[in-house]
Write a protein that binds this ligand. Sequence first.
Ligand SMILES: [Zn+2]
Ligand SMILES: [Zn+2]
Length: 342
Amino acid sequence: MTADEHGPEDAAGEAAETGTDATEPAHEASEVDDGSIDALGVLGSEPRLEILLALGDRERAVRTNRYELTFSELYDAVDVASSSQFSYHLSQLVGPFVAETDDGYHLKYAGDKVVRAIRSGLYESTAAFEPVGIPGACVVCGATDLEALLRDERFVVRCRACEATLLSDSFPRSQADDRTPEAVVESFGYRIWSAYLLVRGGVCPECYGRVDYWVDCHDDGAQYTFAAMCAGCDCTIHLPIEVPALFHPTAIEYLWRHGIDLFDSPLWELFELVVSDEWTTTVASTDPLDATFRIAMDGEAVELAMDERFEVSPVDESLEADLADDDLADDVPVDDGVSESA
Ligand SMILES: [Zn+2]
Ligand SMILES: [Zn+2]
């Protein structure tokens, strides 16, 4: 990766981003259906939210999912003037948020989501967050002067040297609760990997719907991103094209032997490796995608190839050596794409 110019607000140049993004390939406008209006309209009532929380609190107390409360148990748990009023509010929730059985009432998936959203403060504004300096390197200019900050209710990693935004992600209030700024930053490192693991399996990190992939080119080929968008909720994720290569078992094992624990290393720290002389990304073609990645640390190299489906495989350098030179006596043994180059 090489330095290139783009403004700090250029979202397309961001190396990693999650969330909804209007600049992605054209898709139909979302439509509001009567079911959504009815369901969301039901929630604008204190007694109804109290009913959902009462069901959720009892589940938590007895540690049983879908725990059932009888009509009278639920009525006792909620502050409503009369049983007829209570009955009316409960009937409004039954269907989308609450299931009714012969034994009583329990939360459905949507009801559970509402309870967790209320408990975690989803509808409150994002917590304050002081900028902190963080380790790692800028993929645009290579400077090792990064900071994490809150901007427009999003968690942002930016380069202080060239002001490029390297990463931007949604920042729910709950992520700052009981965490120092340093711990907030650390938690984003794990969030990014968890989102990637889901996307890698074709699963949307927000709604678990199906995601589509494509490769995006930024700054005339200076950077490429692995992009994924949910067909259902439009959640969109951009990650450096190096990420799928980093997650190949060959790379994970190689990095481990060279002092890098991938899962405990946040993306911005790995940027430092990716911009260093130890890493080489070569994108021969984007349509169809044909890329190779070479890591050479401490005199030992590994090479990986990525195809149009973002599938990664080790390049067996012994085969290339066979073609180039029949005399294998000088070649160091190769195992699963890992070779000694010194
Ligand atoms: Zn920079
Ligand atoms: Zn989704």
